[in-house]
Design a protein around this ligand. Structure first.
Ligand code: GLA
Length: 406
């Protein structure tokens, strides 16, 4: 039988493990042989639709994909955590009772932040050694950070037999990113990574984190993510600015719509939206309009998914992009170019910028049989215009973060 890519990754990690952490330590080597390693597979995510709705307590349809971070490790019976990233060819070691932000090694903070959350919530964890690898590109907008966070969370839950509800896991990982790493993101990324389900997407309501799996058989189609490789330089500052604008809009709007208690922008219906037209600044109105119409597009998409109408779903994706471009103003020339050019090609159902915006990736739904010509055309045009070759990532829907045993 042919070995799967996952098996090969884990086998390499096991070999590496013996080389990095165990060789020379007879006792540890024996312990390792007896117990084996805890292996965790943690996916990236795509967001089909529902952008900048999570922190506005709205709706989205997202899920995990078949690109992963691989973690393998064991309990080392010391007070230390040792990590070797094969992907980055970098290692780090820190004391469990002295977890502080590392200004020089950014990636380790995602791990530290998660551990700190678990410790603060009273979970007992000891020292461990892990190696991490990935076939999930970093900075491509498919949530390598959430994948690492939830992967490490699952690893310690398995290793130390912690009983943690999956929603709590998501919350701990989200707090780690908000409070330790310092990125004020919503719940979408960690939720998709933890809750993904093969051949399904997750319809998620951020008001109460209630969710529903919707079957999405891609059949003769693919989800194609195109990484523009444009660095998301403004992502943090502008992202936080959008969050503030939304809060400000809620403050100004609450009390302005009769008989309605507005506590988030997702309390505003399409009907109410136009009542607000001259009551707030034009800029704030555009932000509100994006959130309200985007929630509506999520509802429409849900309907189309149930009907299996990929063409209409694709159209909604293009509409979402326009809203992100003109109303929420988080797009860039490169992302607009990718979506505009994709919209001209037969075999492309729809596409839009994915994630925070200000660079990063575009998500699209395309016909499998057309994938080579699509990547040739788009790759060639983009290279000619911007002197950069974009990356194309073909995705299928996957189960969420899990332990794998061999
Ligand atoms: C980033 C954040 C998410 C979400 C998206 C925009 O990916 O991490 O929480 O807000 O932007 O939809």
């Amino acid at each position: 039988m042919e070995k799967s890519e996952t098996n090969i990754f884990f086998e390499n990690l096991q070999d590496l493990f013996c080389g990095k952490f165990i060789r020379g330590y007879k006792e540890r080597e024996n312990a390792f042989k007896k117990k084996g390693l805890v292996n965790i597979l943690s996916p990236g995510r795509v967001n089909i639709i529902g952008e900048h709705t999570d922190y506005n307590l709205g709706l989205s349809i997202n899920t995990a994909i078949n690109k992963y971070i691989f973690i393998a490790g064991y309990e080392n019976k010391t007070d230390y955590v040792e990590v070797f990233s094969r992907y980055l060819n970098d290692s780090n070691k820190f004391l469990l009772d002295d977890i502080t932000f590392d200004k020089t090694t950014h990636w380790i903070n995602y791990i530290k932040g998660v551990l700190k959350e678990y410790i603060q919530h009273g979970h007992k964890i000891g020292g461990f050694s892990i190696v991490v690898d990935s076939n999930l590109p970093i900075g491509a907008g498919i949530s390598s950070s959430a994948s690492l966070e939830v992967g490490v969370a699952k690893f310690i839950e398995e290793l130390f037999n912690l009983k943690v509800d999956k929603k709590e896991t998501v919350k701990y990982c989200n707090s780690a990113e908000n409070n330790f790493v310092g990125v004020n993101c919503g719940f979408m990324d960690q939720f998709s990574v933890a809750y993904g389900k093969k051949n399904h997407v997750i319809y998620l309501n951020f008001k109460d984190l209630s969710y529903e799996y919707i079957p999405f058989d891609l059949k003769e189609n693919f989800i194609l993510v195109i990484n523009s490789k444009e660095e998301r330089n403004l992502a943090n500052t502008e992202y936080n600015k959008r969050r503030q604008e939304c809060n400000e809009a809620v403050r100004l709007i609450s009390g302005k719509i009769k008989g309605k208690n507005i506590t988030s922008l997702s309390d505003i219906s399409l009907g109410m939206l136009y009542e607000l037209k001259n009551k707030i600044s034009e800029e704030l109105f555009k932000r509100v309009k994006h959130v309200v119409t985007e929630n509506n597009r999520v509802l429409l998409s849900k309907e189309y998914l149930f009907k299996g109408d990929i063409e209409k779903l694709g159209q909604v994706l293009f509409e979402s992009h326009n809203s992100l471009r003109y109303d929420y103003e988080v797009s860039t020339e490169k992302l607009d170019y990718l979506v505009d050019e994709m919209s001209k090609i037969k075999g492309v159902y729809g596409g839009r910028l994915m994630g925070a915006g200000f660079g990063g990736s575009v998500i699209s739904i395309v016909k499998k049989s057309k994938i080579d010509s699509i990547t040739d055309i788009i790759g060639g045009k983009f290279l000619k215009k911007f002197n950069v070759s974009p990356d194309f990532i073909e995705c299928l829907f996957s189960d969420g973060t899990r332990r794998v045993k061999f």
